[in-house]
Design a protein around this ligand. Structure first.
Ligand SMILES: [Zn+2]
Length: 265
């Protein structure tokens, strides 16, 4: 691929002197983390990876200068619960947390003081939070994990389906908005979940974290109602998600490390 267009915030496209110069004005990076796992019979396996990468790019692009730097995305995540469906590739919690930890220490050595992990796959969250804790413990920098999409409360308000957790109304909509040609709507199904206890509901604010192999609760791999996905909903969801995250990233980026911990609002 021939390209001479320079994108000033993508880490991998810069030379070392350019990165050195950037680091004099910005101390914040976004690390997108995805997964390669089944997303029902109608969506490609790369949804979480593609979306995390897309969102990191869009967020940085919308930020004021100096923009946060965006790291290459981690494609693989913790997806063992989807392993009964072909195409799912999973790494262990240990491997992912160690990998992210090593990266965090390396970023700190470069002078990065704030790492925002943009997580595209809900089930990476505990593992990434563990890595974030350990990076903070050892490098004494700010590290946080933002898990978007299905865990974003604002998106749940836009959906008709309860328990829309995976490849359902939200992810079908968000994929339709970005890559309509990758969505096979004729294969989309309604796989709305109803659990025996409402404390298990994914959208219950008082719910608990719990774990199950996907094929125990869904034959298609969809958790939610994929037939309710639309381009319009997806566009609105991206607008909300990107807007929320731009405001968050700006507030972290513009606050000195010491004040992040000390300032009281
Ligand atoms: Zn997903």
């Amino acid at each position: 691929m021939k390209s001479d267009k320079k994108i000033g915030f993508l880490w991998e496209l810069m030379t070392w002197p350019e990165i050195e110069a950037c680091l004099k004005t910005v101390d914040t990076v976004i690390l997108p983390c995805g997964a390669i796992e089944q997303h029902g019979p109608h969506l490609p396996v790369d949804v979480d990876y593609y979306d995390a990468k897309y969102m990191a790019y869009k967020v940085a692009e919308a930020c004021e200068d100096p923009k946060p730097l965006v790291l290459p995305s981690i494609p693989f995540g913790v997806s063992y619960h989807h392993e009964d469906f072909k195409g799912t590739l999973s790494v262990t919690n240990d491997a992912l947390s160690k990998f992210v930890y090593d990266l965090g220490i390396s970023l700190a050595k470069n002078g990065i003081k704030k790492i925002i992990i943009l997580n595209g796959h809900g089930d990476n969250a505990p593992t990434l939070s563990y890595a974030a804790q350990m990076i903070n413990r050892d490098a004494k920098i700010f590290v946080c994990v933002d898990t978007g999409e299905t865990s974003d409360v604002d998106l749940q308000k836009l959906t008709d389906t309860p328990n829309d957790a995976h490849a359902g109304e939200i992810e079908t909509s968000t994929t339709l908005a970005l890559r309509p040609g990758m969505v096979q709507m004729d294969k989309a199904q309604d796989a709305t979940l109803k659990f025996g206890s409402n404390f298990l509901d994914f959208d219950n604010a008082r719910g608990v974290s719990w774990y199950v192999r996907t094929n125990k609760i869904s034959e298609s791999g969809i958790l939610g109602d994929a037939t309710k996905g639309t381009v319009e909903k997806g566009e609105k969801m991206w607008e909300i998600m990107i807007g929320n995250m731009v405001r968050f990233v700006e507030s972290i980026k513009n606050t000195p490390l010491d004040d992040l911990y000390q300032k009281r609002y």
